[in-house]
Design a protein around this ligand. Sequence first.
Ligand SMILES: [Zn+2]
Length: 176
Amino acid sequence: MGDWSKDVGDHSYFLNFEKMAYVKGKHPSGCILCMVRDKSPDVVDLSIWRDELFIVSVNLYPYNPGHLLVYPLRHVEDVRELTAQEEGRLTALQRSLLDLIDRACSPHAYNIGFNMGPAAGASINHLHLHIIPRYPRETGIADLIAGKRVLVEDPRETTRRLREMISQSPLSIANS
Ligand SMILES: [Zn+2]
């Protein structure tokens, strides 16, 4: 059991957090991340930052508090579609966001990555980078599936807290 849960935790943890039910009520036909971008009243907006290239949002169903999604405003579905400018901005943004989450949540480690395509666990085609803070002795994926995992912070509270931190100390993307 121990080995199994470790294996599953290591390989499919993103999968379980792709649901991202940002949608209020009836499921719309459009892309959820494009709807957040377009400030649709039909989706929950947990974005904490945006510029002309990217949006950063708290995941509505975070693996851990501070689980962020970073996605381009442009609806692209493959990392190879990112322009050089977008790649540069994403790198700078990732650096700033890791500093922010270090300060906000004091994690011990991170998982950072993309799920590209449904077979990889992506349920939203719009390309998005997961930044997931990790802690020692956190409950494993098996506990989560069994419903034993408890989130210690409502994602709306995380959103409020991170927005406030950013308003006091803006993210630096100076080198992009
Ligand atoms: Zn989209």
